[in-house]
Design a binder for this molecule. Structure first.
Ligand code: SF4
Ligand code: SF4
Length: 449
C-alpha cells in the first residue's frame, strides 16, 4: 500500500513503525474471510482491510479520530485472526494498538462510555477492587434478564458473566519448591494475573501443583500484577506501561529464571510483546526484551516435561477451544492438544476454530451484541461435537463460553493436572454430582463417574 507520510511525521518512531506495517499490506482482502466481525455482518469497514484504510487515513493526515473510525476500531476484537491469514505478514496488532492510543488521545467519547471505560480500567486490574465488584455482580446475577429487558445491555452482559461462586482473595506472593523426590530441573516465575486468581484460583493452583510435581520451582513475584493488556487494548498507554514496568521490575528482582509462565493466553500475548512496547525506553528496553524472551504460555513449557498419566481419564472427549490469543497471538496450536492426547483424552477440534468466541478481554462487556452472536455461534459448533468437557487456555474464553452452555468448561492445565495425579477440575466435579441426580442431562457423567 502506498503511503504519504511526511519526513517530519516519520521522525516519530510509532508513525515510522505503522508506516512500515501499512506498506506491507497489498489490500488483497484474504484477511476478510477470517475476520469475525466481517463474517458476521459483511461490512468492509468492519474487516481488517477496511480498518487498515481507516487507520491509514487518520494517521497520515494526523486527524483526530472521528466517531466513525472509533466505532469500527472499537468493534475489532484484536483476535488477530487476520494476522494468521495475511500472506504479506502485516503486523495488524501493532497497527491497531497504535490506532487505539491515537483515538484515546484525540477523541472525546460520550460521557457514559468514558465512565464505563474508566471503571473497567480502574477495577479489573486490581484484584482487591475486582473481587468486590465480582461479588456485587454475583449477587446481581439473577437480574441480568431484567437489565437486558430494560435496555442496559452492558450491565446485563456484566451480570451474566459474573461468577456463580464467591470470588476469592488474591494470592499472596509465594515460592513453591519442587515436590520432594522430583529432582530440581528449573525455576520459573508464574504470572498470577489480576482476574485469574479472583475468579478461578484453581487454574494457577493446578499449574503450580503440576510444575512442582515434575521438578520445577515456581515463584509468584512480589509486585507483579496485571499484565497491562486491559489498559493497552483501551489505548490507555500510560496506565498500561506503568503495569508493564511493575512486572518487569518484579521479575527482574527474582534473579535467574528459566521461564516466565502465563496461564491466561490473553495476558501471554501482551507479555510477549513487552520488548516491543518498551523498545525505545532506555531504562527498560533490555529488561523488557529479556522478559519477552522468557515468556511462555504454560502449555509451551509443559510440553517439554516428561508428563506421564497417573489417572485413567476414561477417554474423556475434550472439545479444545483454541483461544485467539494463543493460536493467532502466540501461534501456539499444537502443544495443548498434544499433551491432552498423550494423557488419554480424546481431543476434538472445533469447526471454524479460527473464529473468536467473543470474549476478547473487555469486549464482551463493551460490545455485548457482537460478543453474544459470536458466543452463540461458538457454542453451537461445540455442542454439535457432543463433548464431555470444553478446554481452553484462557479464562476469558472459559467464562464467555460457559455463559452459553451447560457443558463444563475448564482450563487445559486443570485437565493435565488431573490426569497426572491432581484433583478433578471443580467444574467437572460439579457436573458429576449434578449428573448423578439427572444422568440424561449431562454427558460429562460418563467421564468422571
Ligand atoms: S490479507 Fe494482509 S495484505 Fe491482504 S488486505 Fe489483509 S492485511 Fe492487507
Ligand atoms: S483482529 Fe480480529 S476482529 Fe480485528 S480486524 Fe483482525 S480478524 Fe478482524
Amino acid at each position: 500500500m502506498q503511503t504519504n507520510f511526511t519526513l517530519a511525521q516519520l521522525a516519530d518512531p510509532d508513525i515510522a513503525e505503522s508506516e512500515k506495517i501499512l506498506r506491507a499490506c497489498v489490500h488483497c482482502g484474504f484477511c476478510t474471510a477470517t475476520c469475525p466481525t466481517y463474517v458476521l455482518d459483511g461490512n468492509e469497514l468492519d474487516s481488517p482491510r477496511g480498518r487498515i484504510y481507516l487507520i491509514k487515513e487518520m494517521l497520515e493526515h494526523d486527524r483526530p479520530a472521528t466517531a466513525e473510525v472509533t466505532t469500527h476500531i472499537d468493534r475489532c476484537l484484536s483476535c488477530l485472526a487476520c494476522m494468521t491469514t495475511c500472506p504479506s505478514g502485516v503486523h495488524y496488532m501493532h497497527l491497531v494498538d497504535h490506532a487505539r492510543v491515537h483515538i484515546e488521545r484525540t477523541y472525546r467519547r460520550p460521557f457514559s462510555e468514558r465512565v464505563m471505560r474508566a471503571l473497567l480500567a480502574n477495577v479489573m486490574p486490581y484484584p482487591a477492587r475486582f473481587r468486590f465488584a465480582a461479588q456485587a455482580g454475583r449477587l446481581g446475577k439473577p437480574f441480568a434478564p431484567l437489565a437486558q429487558a430494560l435496555g442496559f445491555k452492558r450491565l446485563a452482559a456484566m451480570l451474566r458473566l459474573s461468577p456463580r461462586r464467591r470470588p476469592h482473595a488474591p494470592r499472596p506472593p509465594q515460592t513453591s519448591p519442587p515436590v520432594a523426590g522430583s529432582g530440581r530441573r528449573a525455576r520459573v516465575a508464574l504470572l498470577a494475573g489480576c482476574v485469574n486468581d479472583v475468579l478461578a484460583p484453581q487454574i494457577n493452583d493446578a499449574a503450580i501443583r503440576l510444575l512442582t510435581r515434575f521438578g520445577v520451582e515456581v515463584v509468584v513475584a512480589e509486585g507483579a500484577g496485571c499484565c497491562g493488556a486491559l489498559a493497552h487494548h483501551m489505548g490507555r498507554e500510560a496506565e498500561a506501561l506503568a503495569q508493564v514496568k511493575a512486572n518487569i521490575d518484579a521479575w527482574s528482582a527474582l534473579g535467574e529464571l528459566d521461564a516466565i509462565l502465563i496461564t491466561a493466553s490473553g495476558c501471554g500475548t501482551t507479555v510477549k510483546d513487552y520488548g516491543f512496547m518498551l523498545r525505545h525506553d532506555e531504562t527498560y528496553a533490555a529488561r523488557a526484551a529479556r522478559v519477552t524472551s522468557l515468556a511462555k504460555d504454560v502449555s509451551e513449557y509443559l510440553v517439554t516435561l516428561p508428563l506421564t498419566p497417573e489417572q485413567d481419564v476414561n477417554a474423556l472427549i475434550v472439545a479444545y477451544h483454541s483461544a485467539c490469543s494463543l493460536q493467532h497471538g502466540q501461534r501456539v496450536t499444537r502443544q495443548p492438544k498434544e499433551i491432552l492426547t498423550k494423557l488419554g483424552f480424546v481431543v476434538k477440534d472445533i469447526p471454524d476454530g479460527h473464529l473468536c468466541c467473543g470474549s476478547a478481554g473487555t469486549y464482551n462487556i463493551l460490545q455485548p451484541d457482537i460478543a453474544r452472536r459470536l458466543r452463540e455461534r461458538k457454542v453451537g459448533t461445540i455442542e454439535r461435537l457432543r463433548p464431555d468437557v470444553i478446554a481452553a487456555g484462557n479464562l476469558g474464553c472459559i467464562i464467555q463460553i460457559a455463559a452459553g452452555t451447560e457443558l463444563p468448561a475448564v482450563h487445559t492445565v486443570e485437565l493435565i493436572d488431573w490426569a497426572t495425579g491432581g484433583p478433578c477440575p471443580p467444574a467437572l466435579r460439579e457436573r458429576r454430582s449434578e449428573a448423578a441426580t439427572k444422568p440424561a442431562m449431562h454427558p460429562a457423567s460418563k467421564a468422571v463417574a
